[in-house]
Design a protein around this ligand. Structure first.
Ligand code: KIV
Length: 266
């Protein structure tokens, strides 16, 4: 059991203290993030892009996610480990149960699934079986081919209304956390107010209950040189990775990151 549990995260939301999350894929960075006070380590399927060099997250397999989750577990002492179910790993309810079991047995404390209302049944089944679930909404990179690119979601009133309603339905289905990616800041603020569970944002403004960034992005490392608007390079002004990680934690806690310039409008 990590020092940071779901209960800790719920009480941070209640107290109004921001939750810090970073992606993490190996033992050394898990230890470094622990030292910096990062509360949640996300073993994200972004590893397909930043570690494996693919141009999307689609090629990542559950076996690869389990491997990296086990690496993170070995370096971690007190953060909560959240692991992604990769593309099509939750295509059926049976696959969802089996693949979630693989990630939990590798060391995850919670799994993350991308989607909308259609996730409700699998979230309910997982929660009943002891698996906490984070629902990733807004820009869901596994659906990039449907979305037509990595675009901000929820910009028109119909989409926004649907996203608000889906968030509430997924909480009712048993989701333990929501993650909103590339959503107008005002909509993310409304959703964070509307649900009791913690809402973590990336490109979703600073009124969510916490923030996440891809580790390589916030350390200024990029293969393509294309840096999303919502990213800040925390290596600027720091002389070590450890100081950059600490700067991220203190800026998220102080709500100085993200700034208005990192967010999107409707
Ligand atoms: O896979 C990942 O790193 C993610 C973040 C972008 C939130 O899901």
């Amino acid at each position: 059991m990590p020092a940071i549990t779901l209960t800790t995260l719920q009480s941070l939301k209640q107290k109004g203290e921001k939750i810090t999350m970073l992606t993490c894929y190996d033992a050394t960075f898990a230890h470094a993030c622990n030292e910096a006070g990062v509360e949640v380590l996300l073993v994200g399927d972004s590893l397909g892009m930043v570690l494996q060099g693919h141009d999307s997250t689609l090629p990542v397999t559950t076996a690869e996610m389990a491997y990296h989750t086990a690496c993170v577990k070995r370096g971690n002492s007190d953060a909560l480990i959240l692991a992604d179910l990769p593309f099509m790993a939750n295509a059926t309810l049976e696959q969802t149960m089996n693949n979630s079991a693989m990630l939990m047995q590798a060391g995850a404390h919670m799994v993350k699934v991308e989607g909308q209302l259609w996730l409700a049944e699998s979230i309910r089944l997982l929660a009943e079986r002891g698996v906490p679930v984070c629902a990733h909404m807004g820009l869901t990179p596994q659906a990039v081919n449907i979305l037509g690119g990595y675009k901000v979601q929820g910009r028109n009133e119909n989409q926004a209304r649907q996203m608000r309603a889906d968030a509430i339905s997924l909480e009712q289905a048993g989701a333990a956390m929501l993650l909103l990616e590339c959503v107008p800041s005002e909509l993310a603020a409304e959703i964070s107010q509307a649900v009791k569970i913690p809402v973590i944002g990336i490109g979703a403004g600073n009124a969510t209950d916490g923030q996440v960034l891809v580790l390589h992005d916030m350390l200024g490392l990029s293969i393509t040189g294309r840096v999303p608007k919502f990213v800040k390079n925390f290596m600027h002004g720091q002389d070590s990775i450890q100081s950059a990680l600490k700067a991220y934690v203190s800026e998220v806690k102080a709500t100085t990151f993200p700034g208005i310039e990192h967010g999107f409008s409707a």
